[in-house]
Design a protein around this ligand. Structure first.
Ligand code: SF4
Length: 468
């Protein structure tokens, strides 16, 4: 029995950044090849530091849901997971035993040869109407792959392989112009006009850090910003983002199966004990966790915002699926993205009903890693990481290690006071947990990336008011 962990970049600003990882996880859960599929993010929660504490089994396969290998997959992710590995990940992955779990950390999915099928499927979607008229159309079509142009990059590898298959008139790679409007997009259009000799070109963004930039609408808006270049140009077509195609789940499955044979590891008894404690507590009467109320109801559990306690079923919108709950919890009452699940901004006006088997995932969606860390804290087994160690480890926020304790406290005063958690990493005392009847008593074992970004002068920095 194995746990599969899909990890992504995540974002402090955009709810869309986690979409691809979430969709892929949902598909793999439905397919049932793994007993458990868990999502984790660098910039969102559950974080990479937390996720191995939340998995159920001792045999854990971790796949970065990124298209290409980079510093992120070869250094940052590996460090955050505690793998003690730096540098390129071999084809068979990096295998480590961490806290009694055997962890198999694999290469990003974009390097797998099956990605060519994902690209072809997206191209066929983009040209669906034209292909109905003329099946041989691809022979007069150029594929323009936008991405990293270094020889070993995933974009180059996949483009080369597609070129060798001879399906298209041309396959060329050009640099991704970057996620901001400007001259690089005009240069890209000029390059396409100069280098493409086919009647049409399909634009394939092979990039991870673009999110909303990868939609056909955005690409068309920036690439065709000016009416004409005054030269002959091919007709441009745009694919939907690769990351959200349903075939990506198959690529991930192939990667995991090829990387190693199932080990049939033991169940993690601590994990089971933690969740049993929560289920027993919820079955015995209403359980309050943060802003969430879980009430037993005829063998099921009614889950809602604590401020909606006592409201009639008719007055609340019922969420029938776990995915519906995941989506709802990611936005506040105004529709703004909630970059941290434990911010005191959980929306109201909904209710969800789950069987006992689904309650753990529902609570993980609402409050990732909170149950496991709270149970560990209650058992005096939660280890915390001081600010200096976190800031030094998170290389993207290097300048955070240079700030004074007073500056950290200043930022924490603005951000952490809006969060349910208590900063045990900063010496704050938490003598209870939600399990002993204090709903808001949730430990924070390590500064989150949102606080790091607020303190740091670099990276994903936004004014606090803009991110909450
Ligand atoms: S560092 Fe502050 S904002 Fe971040 S999770 Fe901990 S308490 Fe919440």
């Amino acid at each position: 029995m194995r746990s599969l962990v899909l990890i992504g970049h995540g974002s402090h600003r955009s709810a869309q950044a986690a979409e691809g990882v979430h969709q892929c996880a949902e598909q793999l859960r439905v397919q049932g090849h793994f007993r458990e599929v868990v999502e984790a993010y660098w910039l969102e929660e559950p974080s990479l530091r937390q996720v191995l504490k939340t998995v159920q089994f001792t045999d854990v396969t971790v796949v970065p849901l990124l298209l290409g290998a980079s510093d992120l997959t070869e250094y940052t992710f590996a460090l955050e997971l505690g793998l003690g590995h730096r540098g390129p990940v071999p084809v068979q992955g990096v295998n480590r035993v961490i806290s009694g779990r055997t962890v198999h950390y694999l290469r990003p999915y974009g390097l797998h040869p099956l990605m060519q099928e994902v690209i072809l499927a997206r191209v066929r979607e983009a040209l669906a109407e034209e292909l109905l008229q003329d099946e041989a159309l691809l022979q007069d079509t150029a594929l323009v792959v936008l991405g990293d142009l270094s020889g070993a990059s995933a974009a180059q590898q996949q483009a080369r392989a597609l070129q060798e298959r001879g399906l298209f008139a041309q396959v060329l790679t050009l640099p991704w112009p970057g996620a901001s409007q400007g001259p690089p997009w005009r240069q890209l259009r000029q390059d396409i006009a100069q280098q493409v000799s086919a009647a049409r070109a399909v634009i394939v963004p092979f990039v991870d850090d673009a999110d909303e930039w990868c939609t056909p609408e955005s690409l068309a808006a920036y690439l065709e910003h000016e009416d004409t270049l005054g030269v002959q140009e091919p007709t441009l077509h745009y694919i939907q983002p690769l990351a959200t195609h349903e075939l990506v789940a198959r690529v991930v499955l192939e990667l995991a199966v090829q990387a190693h044979k199932p080990l049939g590891g033991d169940l993690d008894r601590n994990y089971q004990a933690a969740w049993q404690q929560v289920l027993d507590r919820a079955a015995a009467g209403p359980l309050r966790v943060g802003e969430v109320l879980v009430s037993p109801q005829a063998g099921l559990f009614d889950v809602r915002h604590t401020l909606d306690e006592g409201r009639s079923h008719e007055s609340l919108r019922t969420l029938v699926t776990l995915s519906g709950l995941w989506e709802r919890a990611r936005h506040d009452d105004t529709g703004a993205f909630r970059p941290l699940p434990t911010l005191r901004t959980l929306p109201r006006g909904w209710r969800a009903v789950f069987a006992p088997a689904d309650l753990p995932r529902a609570l993980q969606y609402l409050y990732p890693a909170v149950i496991e860390e709270s149970v560990a804290h209650q058992n005096h087994a939660l280890r915390f990481t001081p600010w200096a160690a976190t800031a030094q480890r998170q290389s993207r926020y290097q300048s955070a290690s240079l700030v004074t304790p007073m500056q950290v406290e200043q930022a924490a005063k603005t951000l952490c006071t809006r969060c349910l958690k208590t900063r045990i990493w900063a010496g704050e005392v938490l003598s209870q947990t939600f399990l002993s009847g204090a709903p808001g008593a949730i430990p924070c074992a390590e500064a989150c990336t949102l606080l790091l970004s607020q303190v740091s002068a670099e990276g994903d920095t936004l004014p606090v008011s803009a991110t909450i």
